[in-house]
Design a protein around this ligand. Structure first.
Ligand code: 9WN
Length: 415
């Protein structure tokens, strides 16, 4: 509660005290889930502040730059949203992020029902989801694509190959405020950052609305993004039913997404295959994303069992082992890309554990969920509310006093 209070700007809770001074999309949704346990009215305000950044075509952006004089780069000038016709008054980024908001609204509503709040926000969330199914579809599978790593766990090795195709020219090293408070070894490299910026530059030329996904330099069918969307669509349908409506689009979308995700199961790997749209075939990428359909209740009972035993909790992959007892690692320990200290490339993250715990609970794997919940609470007890953690030592990494780690702990304690 103290971390959330400290990071509260009055309008929104920033992700962390120093590194991230603006409102990020899925951070605020996780924060609202935590606030549902202690202050529902403040949780509703968090959602309202984020939705102020919505674009006319429905997109809810990944960052809302509420006016503030802070030193952060790359900041609003990188995006130039003011010159895009669909953008709102407040400056925002031109991308989106995993749509956790509907799930946050449901959590708030279950904690304290408020039909007026639903009437206010459901049409906005509905329009955002519909935008995803309009702008980001690529075939009849029901799945959607992301067009920038910043739309998901940006530095994850699953994006490396797709990102390597992005020519970043000979531009000088970008200005990065993240590198002032944080160790270089825990953050993306300058070369990756240059590619992120080159991608933004090319998307900016079409006001962030490429004519087709085939034309984009990066298009990835991220399983985590799709699993979050599938669960969010189901939650949105449930919320509509609270208002006496059928929520037909949302419930049909949830079914389609789950079917699409189910089709990506790989029997040999006991996990799901990721898909880079500009590559020939799907792949087992060795990152925790390949377990995420679990969050959306996609696996059948036998698949869930294998996914847990042979991947999630397996000592050589994502689970606890004598040399690295803290789980779940964000990259498989057997992968050559495993880097236990670097951002999204190995460390343990509280939001990832939370998604997996929810998935295990929903599939009835209660003891397994309880083991992971217990480990996650022991980790924050030992090392505080950090952005991420070293899987061998449990040492805190990245920013201290990280909002979603604190907020999701409140939710985990509530079970
Ligand atoms: C870029 C705020 C955000 C999270 C993302 C995480 C990181 C930003 C960065 O921080 O992204 O958007 O500076 O790398 O990857 O998941 O929402 O906490």
């Amino acid at each position: 509660m103290a971390v959330l209070r400290k990071n509260d700007t009055g309008l929104f809770v920033k992700p962390a005290p120093a590194v991230y001074p603006f409102q990020w999309n899925w951070d605020s949704a996780f924060v609202a889930i935590g606030l549902a346990r202690i202050d529902v009215a403040r949780g509703r305000q968090e959602v309202r502040a984020l939705l102020r950044g919505r674009w006319e075509d429905g997109m809810v952006p990944h960052i809302v730059f509420h006016p503030a004089s802070v030193d952060y780069s790359p900041g609003p000038e990188l995006w130039g949203s003011a010159s895009c016709s669909a953008a709102p008054q407040v400056a925002t980024s031109g991308l989106t992020q995993p749509p956790v908001v509907a799930t946050a609204v449901r959590t708030l509503h279950e904690a304290s029902p408020d039909a007026g709040f639903l009437e206010e926000v459901l049409p906005v969330v509905e329009a955002w989801h519909a935008w995803l199914h309009r702008e980001r579809v690529f075939d009849g599978s029901g799945l959607v694509a992301i067009v920038h790593p910043w739309e998901s766990a940006d530095n994850a090795p699953r994006f490396d190959r797709a990102l390597a195709r992005v020519d970043h020219g000979s531009a000088p090293a970008p200005m990065r405020s993240d590198r002032r408070p944080l160790a270089a070894a825990e953050r993306p490299t300058n070369r990756d950052y240059a590619r992120y910026l080159a991608l933004v530059e090319s998307l900016r030329r079409c006001d962030y609305r490429p004519q087709s996904l085939a034309e984009t330099r990066f298009a990835y069918v991220d399983l985590m993004f799709n699993a979050v969307l599938a669960a969010a669509e189901a939650d949105l349908a449930w919320l509509w039913s609270e208002l006496g409506e059928r929520g037909e689009r949302a419930s049909a979308a949830a079914t389609r997404l789950r079917t699409g995700l189910a089709g990506r199961w790989d029997e040999e790997a006991a996990a799901y295959k990721e898909l880079d749209l500009h590559a020939a075939e799907g792949e087992i990428a060795g990152t925790v994303g390949e377990l995420m359909p679990l969050y959306a209740s996609v696996p059948k009972a036998a698949q869930a069992r294998r996914l847990f035993d042979e991947a999630l909790w397996a000592p050589t992959r994502y689970g606890p082992s004598p040399e690295a007892p803290w789980a779940v690692t964000t990259v498989s320990k057997s992968s050559p890309d495993f880097e236990p200290r670097r951002y999204w490339r190995g460390p343990v993250w509280i939001n990832i554990n939370w998604l997996l715990i929810r998935g295990l609970e929903r599939l009835g794997l209660r003891d397994e969920a309880e083991d992971l919940r217990g480990m996650t609470l022991r980790l924050v007890e030992a090392s505080g509310f950090s952005e991420y953690y070293h899987p061998s030592t449990g040492n805190p990494l990245g920013s201290p006093e990280f909002s979603w780690s604190a907020a999701l702990t409140l939710d985990l304690l509530h079970r």
